[in-house]
Design a binder for this molecule. Structure first.
Ligand SMILES: C[S@@+](CC[C@H](N)C(=O)[O-])C[C@H]1O[C@@H](n2cnc3c(N)ncnc32)[C@H](O)[C@@H]1O
Length: 587
């Protein structure tokens, strides 16, 4: 199928596949054209669509070319006017159709630019790239746009140095709202008040080609994603650290930077970075290298943290563990202030034609035309997701997936609690669900591991200043845990107050996120951390085939069960019954 038919087919999403546009493009292996090519065409055409819609309508293209749908007209006009040309054979029916109107389309394009008061094509391109034309001719006015968060990599540079080089000529914004509403062309930044070495920049700014990004001086990392390493607050007395779930490596490199800073750059303390997935481990290694953290970080590629033996000699000095395990990804901002594709309206009396070989036999009202006709609208809302996702949000079978995920999350957390020298653990997710967040924290605190090893929650007043001051705290959702937690309401409130939440789409400009920290006085801990191979085997049995990209299938479609709060009295792992994943296990 030609590039244009295939792109139109993706946009029509006639099979009603879930997920963001990007995941729909990249997951379908049956397409003839490369995902990168399809994604580039659709995203570029949608950026230009407020202008091109106008050009196509004024030119009367759809009235004359009965073979073109509004989507095809938009895609073809984009390539005709803004690229090297239409990517099709000279005699292709679509190419012939659009080329017939080249002169008029070009003339209307020039008029459209002049009407918008852009002196040159370059000036118009800049406005389009910065999203200024997103809402028609109106400048970008998003209530809570998602800032481009940039962490300055202190292993290589400093905020002062970056402000005088990469961001030379930028001025200080007075608040985050100013950043959130700014188009990319406005050169402003804000130093984050909660996290050191973090800058907020306008949402659509593209720094991916800047030398600072390419050479690792700056790292794109959402503000919330910086909370765990900062919360861990590792200092010279904390020894080495482990990142138990590390790829792509944002938190690993942040942890290394903090350790190095606190150690006056001596880099004596090490970070062990576990990554179970071999492919993701390659990304992790690259990121660690690019951030100049390779002298401090040992990547455990393809290694399962659940199998790590805390009593091993190499971990003898591990005092801090950061855990950011796989989760539902429900907090991720897919830069999902979705991009709108403005489609040209069909002239009165013109019906939408079929859109390609597969569509030839379709009747009016199917495929692309159905999508457009059904919604009776000339606006397609595209959830683009151009970030590097840590997880793939999957809405299907949510409650089953939450049970499976939280079982795994609890296992990994209680495993970390058995490392003999560990005194600090952070647990985080980019999920908004209680089950994966406070639910796991309450169960971990009630677990045998926590009780035997003396772990408790790091109370709000003991947290580093920026996070102590953060106002969004944990929540309690009654009825979500099978057994009520054996504690007073006051204790429960304290634990919730110790937990930190971030919401997406708010005036804070973060993704949806959760973090909590656990601490203990080392003297109270019992040193028993040999991995229980029965438990590991059992988990592997349950988790074989699990990957971040795959939804977890549950055998029946039955109602999800609530999580059970582990009670210490029944927590002896040797008595743990072997069972399948649907039941939560006592840790
Ligand atoms: C949420 S992502 C981590 C994101 C990372 N902390 C960052 O900020 O860049 C979770 C990662 O943990 C890995 N993972 C899941 N289970 C694991 C296990 N048992 N041991 C090691 N890595 C695991 C996944 O493959 C995935 O790459």
């Amino acid at each position: 199928m030609s590039l244009y038919y295939e792109a139109a087919d993706v946009l029509a999403n006639s099979e009603k596949t879930g997920g963001s546009l990007k995941s729909r493009i990249y997951k379908n292996k049956d397409r003839k054209n490369s995902p990168a090519q399809l994604f580039a065409l659709i995203s570029e055409a949608s950026k230009w669509s407020p202008v091109l819609k106008d050009v196509i309508e004024r030119c009367g293209l759809l009235a004359e070319e009965k073979k073109l749908t509004p989507t095809l007209a938009l895609l073809l006009t984009h390539d005709l006017l803004l690229t090297k040309g239409v990517a099709a054979k000279a005699n292709h029916v679509l190419k012939l159709a659009i080329l017939r109107h080249k002169a008029r389309l070009s003339a209307e394009f020039t008029k459209a630019r002049i009407r918008r008061r852009y002196a040159t094509l370059e000036a118009l391109k800049e406005a389009v790239d910065s999203g200024q034309l997103d809402g028609g001719d109106e400048p970008l006015k998003k209530a809570h746009g998602h800032p481009r968060w940039v962490r300055v990599n202190t292993l290589q540079t400093s905020v002062a140095e970056q402000l005088s080089t990469t961001f030379a000529g930028y001025s200080k914004a007075s608040n985050i709202g100013e950043i959130q509403g700014a188009p990319a062309s406005v050169k402003i930044y804000l130093e984050d008040p909660h996290i050191p070495n973090l800058l907020a920049l306008p949402p659509k700014i593209d720094l991916s080609k800047s030398s600072a990004y390419v050479n690792g001086d700056i790292i794109f990392q959402d503000k919330a994603s910086c909370f765990p390493a900062y919360m861990l607050d590792v200092g010279p007395l904390d020894g080495d650290a482990i990142d138990g779930c590390a790829a792509p490596g944002n938190k690993t490199t942040h942890l290394a930077a903090i350790l190095s800073e606190r150690n006056a750059g001596s880099r004596q303390q090490k970070v062990f970075a576990y990554e179970k997935d071999k492919i993701r481990a390659i990304t992790l290694k690259n990121m660690v290298k690019r951030a100049s953290a390779d002298s401090m970080v040992t990547v455990k590629a393809g290694a399962d943290f659940l199998r790590a033996n805390g009593s091993a000699e190499e971990f003898a000095n591990v005092g801090a563990i950061l855990l950011d395990p796989s989760c539902s990804g429900s907090g991720i901002v897919g830069r999902d202030e979705a991009i709108n594709m403005h489609l040209p309206a069909l002239p009165a009396g013109v019906s939408t034609p079929a859109t390609g070989k597969k569509e030839k036999k379709r009747k009016r009202g199917q495929g692309v035309e159905k999508t457009e006709a059904d919604h009776n609208s000339t606006l397609l809302n595209l959830d683009f997701d151009d970030s590097t996702p840590e997880e793939t949000p999957i809405e299907d079978q949510l409650s089953e997936r939450l049970i499976a995920l939280s079982t795994f999350q609890l296992s990994i957390l209680t495993h970390a609690m058995r490392f003999p020298k560990a005194r600090k653990i952070t647990y985080s997710t980019c999920s908004i669900h209680f089950e994966e967040n406070e639910g796991v924290v309450f169960q971990a605190l009630a677990s045998a591991a926590a009780k035997e090893q003396g772990w408790r929650i790091l109370r709000r007043e003991q947290q580093v200043k920026g996070l102590r001051d953060w106002t969004k705290r944990g929540i309690w959702q009654p009825g979500k845990l099978d057994a009520e937690v054996n504690m007073t309401e006051e204790m429960r409130e304290d634990i919730c107050d110790a937990c930190i939440r971030c919401e997406k789409g708010t005036e804070e400009g973060t993704m949806g996120f959760f973090v909590a920290a656990f601490v203990r006085d080392i003297e109270t801990g019992r040193h028993d951390t040999t991995p229980n191979n029965d438990v590991v085997r059992e988990l592997e049995e349950e988790w074989s085939g699990f990957s971040d990209d795959e939804p977890i299938m549950v055998e029946d479609g039955g109602e999800a069960k609530k999580a059970t709060v582990a009670q210490p009295a029944v927590s002896d792992t040797s008595k743990r019954p072997k069972k399948k994943r649907k039941k939560r296990r006592t840790q």
